[in-house]
Write a protein that binds this ligand. Structure first.
Ligand code: ATP
Ligand code: MG
Ligand code: MG
Length: 333
């Protein structure tokens, strides 16, 4: 991937745009590498996302920038904008592999997937999951209604914690370990961490595949386990597709298992009546699953399954909106 049109080779100590000095690597994805930097002007730590340079990546980067500019910045006065990772600056670099768009983002902690790995499965207290889901829904209410943006990739990897390492033995500048590792180490060393995490703050990150409600870039959106029914069927989608993913996320954070586990198989297309001929279909209701398999208390299981089912309505237009979900009693139980 470190070839022409691909990632930009970065060394610790490099200075981007005469301003952002690289301290360590934060992560990477299909589109980019992400670096912990110190802003030499303000002394503040930031995350710099350096996109691949190929034509397709540059276009995707431009779209990500436009969407992020809409969702952050001083022009957005809505307090809920804080539920979305904020864009602080942007620039381009010309490197050996081409021209790369760079996004300067506020520095956040590890993603929810790392957290699950860190504290075991499911690992999070119910109180904590309710806080996380509330904040994700607040972020989506803001994206959907205020920005007219569909995130299209809600999943644990794209929900980032807002934490900073406390321990001085693992400063973020320690180049021998990544920043996320430093934070994880700090959290694991703190016996109170799982309890303290009840009041954790999270933000929605990675608007790299997002689109406008009225202008889509791609027909097949979302990561498979979190993909809504309308997208699976290839029909029209809108903000309700994100709500479906939130239901999958909530189920997973509570139980530690995926709600849907799609298996790779031969490509097939459904002919009319095919679903009626599945011989081995054994329906097991969500409430029963929560009680029998995951041993939730009856009241908890009943309110939680009601919360999830309003988000999993087959008809997107009947699915609860983010604002409606926020009023659901499960979040207050
Ligand atoms: P994907 O393949 O998921 O589309 P991508 O190339 O668009 O990836 P991101 O998902 O935005 O890149 O970022 C890659 C990783 O970098 C994240 O999983 C996370 O670990 C880290 N990261 C991204 N943004 C930040 C941030 N603001 N603060 C801290 N770490 C971040
Ligand atoms: Mg990502
Ligand atoms: Mg992305």
């Amino acid at each position: 991937d470190y070839c022409y049109g691909g990632y930009h080779p970065v060394q610790v100590g490099d200075v981007f745009n005469k301003r952002y000095k690289v301290l360590s690597k934060l992560g990477w994805g299909y589109f980019s590498t992400v670096w912990l930097c110190i802003d030499l002007r303000s002394g503040r730590h930031v995350a710099v996302k350096v996109l691949k340079s190929g034509a397709g990546f540059t276009q995707a980067g431009q779209d990500e920038l436009t969407l992020l500019r809409c969702a952050s910045g001083p022009t957005a006065r809505n307090p809920l904008k804080d539920r979305i990772v904020q864009l602080l600056d942007e620039f381009k670099i010309a490197g050996v592999n081409g021209i790369h768009i760079c996004l300067v983002l506020e520095l956040l902690g590890p993603d929810l997937r790392c957290w699950q790995v860190c504290f075991g499965n499911p690992g999070l207290s119910l109180t904590c999951v309710k806080h996380v889901i509330t904040q994700v829904l607040e972020g989506l209410a803001y994206l959907h209604s205020h920005c007219k943006i569909i995130h299209t990739d809600i999943k644990p990897e794209n929900i980032l914690l807002c934490v900073t390492p406390q321990s001085s033995s693992h400063p973020p500048g320690d180049a021998t370990q990544t920043y996320s590792t430093a934070i994880k180490t700090t959290l694991l060393q703190d016996p109170e961490a799982p309890r303290n995490l009840d009041n954790i703050t999270v933000k929605i990150a990675d608007l790299g595949s997002s689109c406008w409600v009225y202008k889509h870039f791609c027909q097949e959106i979302q990561t498979r386990q979190y993909r809504s029914l309308e997208v699976l069927l290839g029909s029209e989608y809108g903000p309700p597709a994100d709500i479906w993913s939130v239901a999958c996320l909530a189920f997973e954070l509570v139980t530690g298992d995926s709600l849907f586990e799609p298996k790779a198989g031969p490509n097939f297309s459904l002919e009319e009546g095919d679903l009626r001929r599945i011989a081995v279909l054994r329906p097991w209701g969500l409430y029963e699953v929560l009680v029998e398999k995951y041993h939730l208390l009856l009241r908890e299981a009943s309110v939680f399954s009601d919360f999830l089912l309003q988000m999993l309505d087959f008809l997107p237009e009947r699915r609860a909106t983010a604002a409606q979900c926020l009023k659901h009693p499960w979040l207050k139980l």
